[in-house]
Design a protein around this ligand. Structure first.
Ligand SMILES: Nc1ncnc2c1ncn2[C@@H]1O[C@H](COP(=O)(O)OP(=O)(O)O)[C@@H](O)[C@H]1O
Ligand SMILES: [Mg+2]
Ligand SMILES: [Zn+2]
Length: 483
């Protein structure tokens, strides 16, 4: 852990940031002396689990009070020893490195003895999910009959990996990610104490990138500070994490959207010259697209459609896979940028969707251009004739699911042949047995049918890929590429 994070580890409850409900509950317990024998502190990394466990242990053993207190002083010998991990009655075990049954057996032995100096013996088991099964079993025996003077605090980032038999004996507290607001406030405080000059936007960026982990945020501030020398700026943060500002990413995406591949590539060049690695680039682009998607879905922007963003995200996902093992990641990043720029525009999508009987509803901001010319009358009539023939065919089929598939098929007459083009094997199977009957039915309507041809077509693999990439659904089928 970096030194600033250690230096600014809260020593008392007053110093604590966020996690208010937990702090309140624990302080109440201390005040009312209603102490459980075992607690679980669950939550992501760097949000104060270990810190809180130590302050709680201080509350139980602070020497500035006559009894258990909800206001441990943080200054007396006991509080300081707990902080430094050398209080004889507060034992911290890192289960990640001590997974074994021996340690837990040692605990089982030592719980029998009264605290030597304080009021309670406190066992803080960090990363508790790492214990082995045998160790858990040994621990369970202790938890079943805990001595009056013992308190266990299990801390974990992964509560699901703790056996239910153990879980049911723990009082559970769920630690939340620290809010950006609280992170920024804490960073401002630390910066002030340390005389670090830092831009607001730099703090915002650090808070955003630390994803709720105050420890990560503090370490990042410290590292960027060391690396930037003087004032910590937004650009310093970006440089340090290999980040890209949203304005540049936006320009890039819009160039891609407009099919301007060379402009898009020149932005990429610029970024790489600045020292952004292909891996950084892919990560940043993915995150940015995700933000764009949210903005579109929430109606905050309409200069791009969700379909385009989804399509691009799909490409970013592939890019990520490809460059992971590639010797030439930059080449592939360029390839995918070019490829994305060449993907069909929305107007094309509407066309393709219609042609292949796919559902495609353009979203906000999508205004399909008016068609160049209306389809010729002739074409319309042909289509209507086909629809009539299909309707007629469907009316002949009593099995409902099979009849349904006629809708997705083309039915037309060529010479003396009734041709049914379908993707449904079920329809083919059904019609094979009904051919004779069909021919006579059509003849009754004075349609010159002598032969029935049933043509089962597999969707073109290229089309399937497209469907997949565009996140389209085939009408009346389970999903993309159900063949
Ligand atoms: N809630 C918090 N309030 C103040 N500082 C915190 C908090 N959570 C984490 N920190 C900072 O991060 C460091 C690591 O916190 P820690 O309690 O070890 O996190 P965890 O055990 O949840 O991984 C602390 O030393 C402190 O500087
Ligand atoms: Mg910890
Ligand atoms: Zn104290």
């Amino acid at each position: 852990m970096s030194s600033l994070a250690v230096k600014y580890r809260p020593r008392t409850f007053e110093d604590h940031v966020g996690q208010e409900p937990i702090v309140k509950a624990l302080r109440n317990a201390l005040r009312l002396k209603r102490i459980s024998s075992a607690y679980l502190f669950a939550g992501p990394r760097g949000v104060g689990k270990t810190t809180t466990a130590r302050i709680f242990a201080k509350g139980l053993n602070c020497e500035a009070s006559d009894d258990i207190t909800d206001r441990p002083c943080g200054k007396c010998q006991a509080c300081r020893d707990i902080e430094l991990g050398r209080h004889p009655d507060v034992i911290e075990i890192d289960a990640a490195s001590n997974r074994g049954i021996d340690e837990i057996r040692a605990i089982r032995e030592s719980v029998k003895y009264l605290p030597s100096r304080g009021r309670k013996k406190v066992y803080i088991i960090d990363e508790a999910h790492m214990l082995t099964m045998e160790a858990f079993n040994a621990l369970l025996k202790t938890l079943e009959e805990p001595p009056e003077h013992v308190v266990f605090i299990l801390a974990t980032t992964d509560p699901h990996r703790i056996p239910p038999t153990i879980l049911s004996r723990l009082q559970k507290y769920e630690f939340r990610p620290i809010s950006p607001f609280d992170i920024i406030r804490r960073l401002q405080f630390i910066a002030k104490e340390e005389g670090i000059e830092v831009e607001d936007r730099a703090l915002q960026e650090i808070a955003r990138r630390s994803e709720g982990s105050l420890r990560d945020a503090i370490s990042m501030l410290e590292q960027v500070w060391v690396f930037s020398g003087e004032k910590v700026t937004y650009e310093d943060v970006l440089k340090f994490v290999g980040g890209i500002d949203p304005e540049t990413l936006d320009r890039l995406v819009i160039h891609i959207r407009k099919g301007e591949s060379s402009e898009a590539l020149s932005i990429l060049d610029e970024l790489m010259t600045r020292g952004v690695s292909p891996q950084d680039f892919v990560r940043e682009l993915g995150n940015h697209l995700n933000e764009m998607l949210r903005a579109v879905l929430e109606g905050r922007r309409s200069d791009i459609t969700r379909e385009h963003i989804l399509m691009y995200m799909n490409n970013v996902l592939k890019m990520e896979e490809v460059i992971r093992w590639s010797q030439t990641p930059r080449l592939w990043v360029e390839y995918y940028i070019t490829r994305m720029s060449l993907l069909p525009s929305t107007v094309d999508l509407t066309e393709i969707a219609r042609k292949y009987n796919l559902t495609y509803t353009p979203s906000v901001g999508d205004k399909p251009a008016p068609r160049q010319s209306p389809p010729p009358q002739e074409k319309k009539e042909k289509r209507k004739r086909e629809d009539d023939l299909a309707l007629l065919l469907a009316s002949r089929i009593r099995k409902a699911p099979v009849a349904g598939t006629v809708k997705e098929s083309r039915v037309f007459i060529e010479g003396k042949k009734l041709i049914i083009r379908t993707r449904s094997e079920a329809l083919k199977k059904f019609l094979e047995e009904e051919k004779e009957e069909l021919i006579s039915a059509y003849k009754e309507l004075s349609l010159p049918v002598e032969e029935v041809v049933i043509d089962v077509q597999k969707t073109h693999p290229g089309l399937l890929r497209l469907i997949d990439e565009l996140d389209l659904k085939e009408v009346g089928r389970g999903g993309a590429g159900g063949d």
